[in-house]
Design a protein around this ligand. Structure first.
Ligand code: NAD
Ligand code: WQD
Length: 372
């Protein structure tokens, strides 16, 4: 087990202000957790959403124990987290399917909450390598559930996805919308949700299954951001790689949808808002043995052409694009109903598409080749 214990500043137990949340909507985190020093095990801590969440957790007084196998991330992100947060996370390199190693981490650090980001997320790859997706996303989740059994963990937060809704019949998408995933990736996220619901039902642990819409953007410093391997599948990273000169032009997949400008509409959410949603989730009351599902989006849809325009505005030069055929499996319009997130978590996204493009561009322009 490679262990990286970064030097960290220790908070004093008699200075509770150190542990109070900064984002203003999270309540008294310390009192609602079982210990004085809230400790959170973050799987996939080095990834795109995990790294941004680590910064917000550290900034809100949490102790963070991160694990990751760097399958889709780089160790240098841990240094950048420390640089931005002013202190480091504890970190252990492991594959979440290695239950014994994971159990040893839980025994050593005694976390009271888990945020489970680790997983594979590429829809296309999941069609080509379905077993890999079931192994990591479902097998990895089962391994984690096994590793925390009998531990002090009383709150389990899971990274789910709007992909579980497939092509929803109506928008906005509520948590009651029928789930009907259309890819192996989507089915593994739904299966992982169901495994968590069943396994926690017999334990002193409550769950929050957070279904993210379309995370984009980066930390406003531009020091951390999304660094996709190979050709990006997603709109924003592709557009930004065009802007930085790594790709010639963006292919827009269809302009003949039944939408105002003919291109698909999605609910893009700034990754920092998303990270703050996890901070809020850590102080939301949960009931032992029960899980609740919450959508995390902005409730505002943007079309592909609107995003391309906003990205060009942020960059200062239009993004070159061409219209090509539709991509198989794309729904015309998907955006979230945000009322449950507001009611349950007391959380609302505050950053708009201009903020998302500005911060994503800052990251991409300062790191044209990502972390490499
Ligand atoms: P990411 O790939 O940047 O981060 C995932 C992290 O998990 C990576 O650092 C990777 O190295 C790690 N990992 C993968 N397999 C592992 C394993 N077997 N053991 C240990 N670590 C492992 O992805 P992300 O965008 O940060 O997504 C995080 C989570 O959020 C995923 O579960 C994903 O399904 C979910 N999600 C992402 C999006 C999105 O568009 N980014 C949307 C909805 C849900
Ligand atoms: C957005 C829009 C494309 C790329 C994906 C996953 C989903 C979830 C969120 C993890 C669509 C169009 C895209 C390009 C384009 N992730 N587009 N040219 O498909 O809404 O959702 O991320 O859970 O599971 O499927 O996001 O960014 O791929 O596409 O025109 O090169 O941009 O057709 O309309 P999507 P996306």
């Amino acid at each position: 087990m490679r262990r990286c214990r970064k030097k960290r500043q220790h908070r004093t137990k008699n200075n509770p202000s150190d542990a109070m949340p900064k984002c203003g909507n999270t309540g008294d985190i310390v009192d609602q957790m079982s210990g004085n020093q809230p400790r959170v095990l973050v799987t996939g801590a080095a990834g795109y959403i995990g790294s941004h969440t680590c910064i917000e957790l550290l900034g809100n007084g949490f102790e963070v124990i991160g694990v990751d196998n760097f399958d889709n991330s780089e160790p240098v992100v841990l240094d950048r987290i420390a640089e931005l947060a002013g202190r480091a996370i504890d970190f252990v390199e492991l594959d979440i399917r290695d239950t014994d190693k994971l159990r040893a981490v839980v025994a050593e650090y005694q976390p009271t909450a888990v945020i489970h980001f680790a997983g594979l997320k590429a829809v296309g790859e999941s069609v080509e390598k379905p077993h890999r997706y079931w192994s990591v996303n479902v097998g990895g989740t089962l391994s984690l559930l096994d590793a925390i059994d009998g531990s002090a963990v009383e709150r389990f937060i899971f990274s789910s996805s709007c992909t579980v809704y497939g092509d929803p019949a109506n928008v906005p998408v509520t948590e009651e919308t029928k789930v009907a995933p259309i890819s192996p990736y989507g089915r593994t996220k739904l299966a992982a949700e169901q495994a968590i619901i069943d396994c926690l039902s017999t334990r002193d642990c409550g769950g929050l299954l957070l279904r993210y819409f379309n995370p984009v953007g980066a930390h406003p410093s531009g020091r951390i951001g999304e660094d996709p391997v190979g050709i990006p599948n997603n709109l924003m990273p592709f557009a930004m790689q065009v802007a930085v000169g790594r790709r010639a032009a963006l292919s827009i997949f269809g302009n003949d949808y039944d939408t105002p400008d003919g291109t698909c509409i999605r609910d893009y959410i700034h990754v920092v808002d998303l990270a703050l949603g996890h901070v809020a989730a850590l102080s939301t009351a949960t009931t032992a043995g029960e899980c609740d599902v919450v959508n995390l989006g902005t409730g505002t849809g943007s079309s592909v052409l609107e995003v391309v325009q906003a990205a060009g505005d942020a960059v200062g030069t239009p993004i070159a694009f061409e219209i090509v055929d539709r991509r198989a499996g794309d729904a015309a319009v998907v955006y979230s109903d945000t009322s449950k997130a507001r009611e349950v978590l007391g959380w609302t996204a505050t950053r708009d598409i201009g903020d998302m493009c500005r911060d994503h561009w800052l990251w991409q322009s300062q790191n044209p080749d990502g972390y490499n």
